[in-house]
Structure formats: C-alpha cells, structure tokens
Design a protein around this ligand. Structure first.
Ligand SMILES: Nc1ncnc2c1ncn2[C@@H]1O[C@H](COP(=O)(O)OP(=O)(O)O)[C@@H](O)[C@H]1O
Ligand SMILES: [Mg+2]
Length: 210
C-alpha cells in the first residue's frame, strides 16, 4: 500500500482537486484506491457521494481525530487534509505516508507561505522513521505566470521537485460537480489537462527513495 498525503495549510490551494483527481486516476486503472477525508468540511466525502455508480470504484473514509482501519487490499490511499492543519497533525500523518504532495497557487503570498510551511515540515521529516518523498504541485497555473524565485530557490536547496503545473481549467470544476475526475472523462475532451498530470503520476509511481 502506498499512501499519499495532500497538504497545504492554505485553503483553496487545490488539495481536494488534487486528491479527488488522483483517486480517479487510480480507479480508472483498476488500482484499489481509498480516499481519506481529513477535513470536517467533507468536500471529498461529498464528491465521492455524488460519484455515479457506473464510475470506477473509490473507497471513501473519514476522520481526522479517530484512527482509520483501512482494508489491507487497498493499493493506494490518498489523504485529503483540511486548511489550517497544525504542524503537529501533519507530523503525525507524515509518519504513516510515503508521499507528500503540496499544491500551491501561483501567487507570491501563497508561494512564500508554502516555502515556510515546507521549511517547518522538513524539520519534522528529519525525525521520521521511514523515507518520504515530497513534491510541490503548481495549481491553476497560467502560461504567462513566472513562478516565484523565492519558492523555486528554496525547493532547489531542499531538493524538492516542483513537479507538475496544472492549468486553471473549468474541466476540474465541471467534472468535480458530478463526483468525477478528469481521468473518468473521454480522453480527447480533457487531453490538455491529462498531459499536465503525467510528471506527477510518474513521479509518485517511481520507487520510494531510500
Ligand atoms: N486547476 C484548477 N482549475 C480551476 N479551478 C480549480 C483548480 N483547482 C482548484 N479549483 C477550484 O478552486 C476551488 C478550491 O479548490 P480545492 O481543491 O477545493 O482547494 P482546497 O481543498 O485546498 O481548499 C474549488 O472550487 C476548485 O474547483
Ligand atoms: Mg479541500
């Protein structure tokens, strides 16, 4: 089982979009996948509830406080975390996951806040028992946007990849309303968006760094 935590204390950075679409990616490839909603707003739980029965299966779980017993047959588990999550909660979660994805919006304020969050996180990772891979995912990126030198320099020094640059796209909004991800759609209708996910899923599926 490989576990993936999607986290950024900043609300609206794209955690739920990233988590639900990643879940749909595994589901359409018949990989048994669980989606754990850690947010009391229950956005990914609601998304899953509206998922059509005909769509490929994603198993849903909820709980920030209680321990979740996940079925052993799950191959991938994705944790969607709430905004304003405390560093203490993240550090607990870090101990149970293999991969951490941090979505960030292309604004100077968001990028600066994210650099600070990662700096704090890295201190926690140092005392971690098993290896964890961390990457930043640019979300709602526009071709014209020049990403923050501060964040990029910081990531380079910390050896953290700035992996994918997901476009601002109404496709996420439209399919999300129906409990679907872009991977559930006919590929030709979401081709440009699916392309932007390739570096991300390839990187997640690479063997965890020892
Ligand atoms: N790449 C994107 N293109 C267009 N809209 C997006 C994109 N990513 C997120 N959104 C929209 O932005 C809002 C916040 O995203 P969400 O994933 O819920 O963030 P978070 O879970 O971090 O609070 C949602 O309405 C979502 O549909
Ligand atoms: Mg959310």
């Amino acid at each position: 089982m490989r576990s993936i935590l999607v986290v950024n204390p900043k609300g609206g950075s794209g955690k739920t979009t990233l988590a639900t679409n990643l879940a749909s990616f595994y589901a359409v490839w018949d990989v048994p996948v669980g989606l754990v909603d850690l947010d009391s707003q229950k956005s990914s739980t609601d998304w899953l509830k509206s998922r059509p029965e005909s769509a490929s299966t994603i198993q849903g779980f909820y709980g920030l406080k209680r321990k979740i017993d996940l079925p052993q047959d799950l191959r991938r588990v994705i944790y969607d975390s709430p905004a304003k999550v405390s560093l203490a909660s993240v550090s607990k979660l870090i101990n149970i996951v293999d991969v951490v994805l941090i979505p960030v919006l292309p604004s100077a304020i968001d990028m600066r806040a994210t650099a600070k969050f990662i700096a704090d996180l890295l201190i926690k990772v140092k005392v971690r028992h098993k290896p964890v891979k961390i990457a930043v995912v640019g979300n709602r990126m526009q071709a014209s946007y020049k990403s923050s030198a501060l964040l990029e320099n910081f990531l380079e020094n910390a050896d953290i990849p700035f992996l994918a640059k997901l476009r601002a796209s109404q496709n996420y909004v439209h399919v999300g309303r129906e409990g679907l991800g872009i991977f559930d759609m006919t590929p030709s209708t979401v081709k440009q968006d699916v392309e932007t996910w390739k570096p991300l899923v390839n990187w997640i599926e690479q063997k965890t760094k020892e």
